[in-house]
Design a binder for this molecule. Structure first.
Ligand code: NAD
Ligand code: ZN
Ligand code: ZN
Length: 338
């Protein structure tokens, strides 16, 4: 097995060869066909977050592949099935969060490409109870971005509680945001797309954004308020940049919900008086559950959402991560293992 390994935070990934892992009881072995490169992989490789992965590890949590082996006791998948190995690698199944279908916040949750080796390798071990089931008709490369960028924005939009006909502002139109715009339109929302890059904003317009706003060239909150007649009913912040968070709260309509999904390291100041006086909610949202996964994949299988992908070989991973940091990836790079 050939994989790209983080051996030290902030250093290039190292290519290594290993024995092909043998699936244990209740595990499956997946032959990787494709794996998307998420900005989270960059945070992981840099050790950006308070909860750090144990070194060394193989990143990648948008892996799609074929089940080619299984240990004893596996009933949830078939040999030969196409599955996705996502960020939510597994959960305990019996805590108060798992019992209420909030397995994403299970205290025993394991994370693909973070606490468990992920998809920047040609084989990956997975938990069959938590893999994504890829619908017929979706190729591995087009499915890959959906199992993190897709599910995270789909769930985040649901968390805004914005209803058809209302406005959503999506801050950050990269890997996550370009899918978020499409989910929002498919869900009947009007979209204000906010980014700091004119190329991303032109692309947002092509994807159906009703209004585009460059946050670098003016006050994006004032621009959203003007475009929406008082602020967006829902705001989804995907930008990996702290200034976007204060701006996102400021573009939220009275009684609206501002959902945070971007994860730059650090903290941001919340405007206490405005939040209280305008009854604004700020909500964190972390990927999505297995039910959200099935729903978000169904949108793509129905042709309502399509990831824009650039294919690259695994050997290009360090260059891809550098481009992601510089904002030079138009939408999503997918590592193609075929
Ligand atoms: P990306 O690099 O593909 O896209 C980020 C976009 O944000 C780019 O288009 C960039 O131009 C734009 N941007 C940067 N600064 C901005 C600003 N100040 N205002 C508006 N836009 C700005 O990254 P991605 O893969 O889409 O991931 C985005 C973030 O979401 C990362 O922090 C990642 O870790 C996080 N994430 C969170 C979850 C979750 O479950 N909450 C899941 C996946 C990713
Ligand atoms: Zn991700
Ligand atoms: Zn649990």
């Amino acid at each position: 097995m050939h994989g790209a390994v983080v051996e030290a935070f902030g250093k290039p990934l190292v290519f290594k060869d290993f024995d092909i892992p043998v699936p244990g009881h209740g595990q499956i072995l997946v032959k990787t066909e494709a794996c998307g490169v998420c900005h989270t992989d960059l945070h992981a490789a840099k050790g950006d977050w308070p909860l750090k992965p144990t070194l060394p590890f193989i990143p990648g949590h948008e892996a799609i592949g074929i089940v080619i082996g299984m240990g004893d006791g596996v009933t949830a998948v078939r040999m030969g099935e196409r599955v996705g190995v996502p960020w939510l690698y597994s959960a305990c199944g019996h805590c108060e969060y798992c019992l209420s279908a909030w397995e994403t916040v299970c205290p025993e949750a394991k994370f693909g490409g973070y606490t468990q080796n992920g998809g920047f390798a040609d084989y990956v071990i997975a938990d069959p109870n938590y893999v994504a089931h890829i619908p017929e008709g979706l190729s591995a490369t087009e499915a890959a971005p959906l199992i993190c960028a897709g599910i995270t924005t789909y769930k985040g939009i649901k968390e805004t509680k914005a209803r058809p006909g209302q406005w959503i502002a999506i801050s950050g139109c990269g890997g996550l945001g370009h899918l978020g715009i499409q989910y929002a339109k498919a869900m009947g929302l009007k979209v204000c797309a906010v980014d700091i890059d004119d190329g991303k904003l032109e692309h947002a317009k092509r994807l159906g954004a009703d209004v585009t706003i460059n946050a670098k060239t003016g006050d994006p909150a004032a621009a959203v308020k003007a475009a929406t007649g008082g602020g967006a009913h829902g705001v989804l912040i995907t930008a990996p940049s702290l200034p976007a968070f204060k701006q996102g709260v400021a573009m939220t309509r009275k009684r609206g919900v501002c959902v945070l999904v971007g994860l730059p390291p650090g903290e941001f100041p919340a405007p206490l008086f405005d939040m209280v006086a305008n009854c604004i909610s700020i909500v964190g949202s972390f990927v999505g559950t297995r039910a959200d996964m099935a729903e978000c994949l169904a949108f793509a299988a129905d042709g309502k959402v399509k990831a824009d992908i650039e294919l690259q070989p695994l050997s290009a991973i360090n260059d891809v991560l550098e481009r992601l940091e510089a904002g030079d990836v138009p939408s999503r790079v997918v590592i193609d293992f075929s």
